[in-house]
Design a protein around this ligand. Sequence first.
Ligand code: B12
Ligand code: SF4
Ligand code: SF4
Length: 338
Amino acid sequence: MLAETVKKLALECGFELAGVASAEPVPEAAAYAGWVRNGYAGEMRYLTDGRAGLRADPRLLLPSARSAVCVGKLYNSPAPYSTEFDERDRAWISRYAWGEDYHAILRRGLERLAAELHKIEPFEWKICVDTAPLLERAYARRAGLGWIAKNTCLINQRMGSWFFLGELLVSLDLEPDAPPPARCGTCTRCIDACPTQAILPGGVLDSRLCISYFTIELRGGIPEPHRAAAGNNVFGCDICQDVCPWNGRAPAAREPEFADHHHSPPLERLAALSEAEFRAMFRTSAVKRAKYSGFLRNVAVAMGASRLAKFREPLERLSESDDALVAEHARWALGRLD
Ligand code: B12
Ligand code: SF4
Ligand code: SF4
């Protein structure tokens, strides 16, 4: 009964999806440990350091946790998919980073939900959005929000996969939902479309091959054999979701916060940004995570991948950068121009 009220309140607080899972350890924690052991986490130390042990049990995050209220927030926009976009002189920024940084938006919604719920019954809670050491997709699946697909994203039958996940761990005993069946069937579109073959059999992603990892998380050089395949993706990658049939008619988000502010800016403009301009341009966007140096590295790679001769001048400038990382990627790109 209370679970239904919680889910209704979650929808009123701006979430399109809401469900409840028990806040118990999940068997996927073993799959996660194996994933890390295989090296698939690459250099993402926040996944492999001591804190990673917390992933086995949400009660290490909130000792009194009994349930996880899992929510989904749509961020899709009506703009075209990256796979329908062929302007080689423009950058592709991942759909999820076009608007305001989602961490703040989800946290605000979950704080509101906690406050509303507190009016009904006192309880303890903890908000988790992305950065908490919690296997978000495993709990969201249990809460009925969707299935973990072959591209490893959580897909909802009605909404597709363009949504963020967040959780409110609560000390309340709420009736849990049931996970939906997996609906990938025999489809392999995402596996076939991935430019770097990062999706392995069995719904496993090797981050060390993923463009999203290269362009957002990796701090050093992008491995040379994968640079050309990164194409014009300068922050994240949408390809394995763009090609997914479940996103064919995915609904768009209603909020102005997710409007497409950063959709496909010209590469030349990005290459000319000073550090202050970069900070100002992406002040409220998730793009700032790449940091100025990593972002210029990505822009240089995208210019090289385009092979457009008109990028010779901006690339020559970047190749003289004091930042050795940027300069090396710009020299690689210059070597590829027509
Ligand atoms: C690290 C991370 C990444 C890494 C690794 C991605 C990955 N697939 O693991 C990188 C940088 C590559 C990445 C990329 C992206 N990410 Co990310 N990422 C995370 C983060 C912080 C942790 C994920 C994690 O623990 N990965 C490790 C693996 C092992 O976990 P897992 O895939 O969840 O694995 C489960 C299942 O696949 C299954 N499983 C895996 N292997 C096996 C094997 C067997 C035998 C079995 C039975 C099960 C099984 O069990 C696992 C445990 O639950 C989460 C937030 C969070 N705290 O969970 C966001 C999160 C997953 N990312 C998100 C997003 C939006 C993205 C991107 C779309 C961004 C972009 N456009 O570039 C891409 C998508 C790329 C892709 N195809 O996954 C969203 C996903 C929302 C959704 N609808 O699914 C999340 C949930 C953030 C959020 N709060 O919204 N991400
Ligand atoms: S995000 Fe891009 S590189 Fe990563 S698995 Fe999906 S298609 Fe492949
Ligand atoms: S493209 Fe096909 S296999 Fe990949 S996630 Fe979508 S339905 Fe599943």
